[in-house]
Design a protein around this ligand. Structure first.
Ligand SMILES: Cc1cc2nc3c(=O)[nH]c(=O)nc-3n(C[C@H](O)[C@H](O)[C@H](O)COP(=O)(O)O)c2cc1C
Length: 202
C-alpha cells in the first residue's frame, strides 16, 4: 500500500507524564484522543520501551500536557529524544504539580488533563491506555500544536544532501548511514520503525 496515506491522519502533540515513588517523568506522544464524553474518557498508545509506560502500568495515573504552537524544538528533544531511565527530565524543567501529584507543563501549553487508567490493551509494541479524565484546566488561548505544524514549522530542516547515502527518520530527523536500512530498524531517538525512514542518496 501507499504508506504516505498514513501521514494524512492528523494528530496533536503532548507531553504524557507520570511518576513513581522517586521520580516524575514524561515523554512526547501524538496518540492522545478523547473517545467518549459520558464518561469523559481518553486513550493514549505508549511504546512498551518507554519509562513513562512502566510508570503508568504501575500507578494507573497520568497527566497530558497539550503543547501549543509556541513550543520550541528543545521541548521535543528534552521529552522525546531521551529516556527517564537515563535522566531526570523534570529536575531542571519548569513545571507544576497537579492534584494527582503528577507534573505537567504550564508553559508552551494550552491545557492539561489528569486521568486514571480504566483498562490496558496489549497492542504488541505498545499498550493502549483507556482512562477516565479526573481533572484538568485550560492554560492559554494559543492554538494547540498539530503533528503537521511540528513537521512544517518546529522540526529543524534537514541539512543539504549528505556525502554518503543515509536513511533519515521522517519523524525526528535522525540519520542512519548505509546503503540499506535493516527492515527491523527502530529509530534510537523517537523509536519509530524503518517504514518512517526516507533514503537520501549521496
Ligand atoms: C514527535 C514525536 C512523537 C512521538 N509519539 C510517541 C507516541 O505516540 N507514543 C510513544 O510511545 N512514543 C512516542 N514518541 C517517542 C517518545 O517520546 C520517546 O521514546 C521518549 O524518549 C520516551 O521517554 P521515556 O523513556 O522517558 O518515557 C514520540 C516522539 C516524538 C519526537
Amino acid at each position: 500500500m501507499d504508506l504516505s496515506a498514513m501521514y494524512k491522519i492528523s494528530y496533536g502533540l503532548f507531553v504524557l507524564s507520570a511518576k513513581n515513588s522517586s521520580k516524575q517523568n514524561g515523554c512526547i506522544v501524538n496518540t492522545v484522543m478523547q473517545v467518549t464524553s459520558t464518561p469523559n474518557r481518553i486513550v493514549v498508545a505508549v511504546n512498551k520501551n518507554n519509562f513513562t509506560h512502566d510508570m503508568i502500568v504501575a500507578s494507573k495515573e497520568f497527566n497530558v500536557s497539550m503543547l501549543s504552537t509556541s513550543v520550541p524544538f528543545e521541548v521535543f528533544k528534552h521529552f522525546g529524544f531521551q529516556s527517564g531511565k537515563d535522566v531526570n527530565k523534570f529536575e531542571n524543567f519548569n513545571h507544576k504539580i497537579a492534584n494527582n501529584g503528577i507534573a505537567y507543563l504550564d508553559k508552551n501549553t494550552t491545557a492539561y488533563l489528569s486521568a486514571k487508567v480504566v483498562s490496558i490493551t496489549d497492542l504488541g509494541t505498545h499498550s493502549l491506555f483507556l482512562a477516565d479524565v479526573t481533572d484538568g484546566a485550560k492554560l492559554s488561548d494559543e492554538d494547540s500544536v498539530t503533528y503537521d505544524y511540528y513537521q512544517k514549522n518546529i522540526k529543524p530542516k534537514p541539512n543539504a544532501k549528505p556525502k554518503k547515502t543515509v536513511w533519515r527518520c521522517k519523524i525526528c530527523g535522525y540519520e542512519y548511514e548505509g546503503e540499506e536500512l535493516p527492515a527491523d530498524f527502530i529509530c534510537p531517538l523517537c523509536k519509530h520503525p524503518a517504514s518512517d525512514f526516507e533514503k537520501i542518496e549521496a
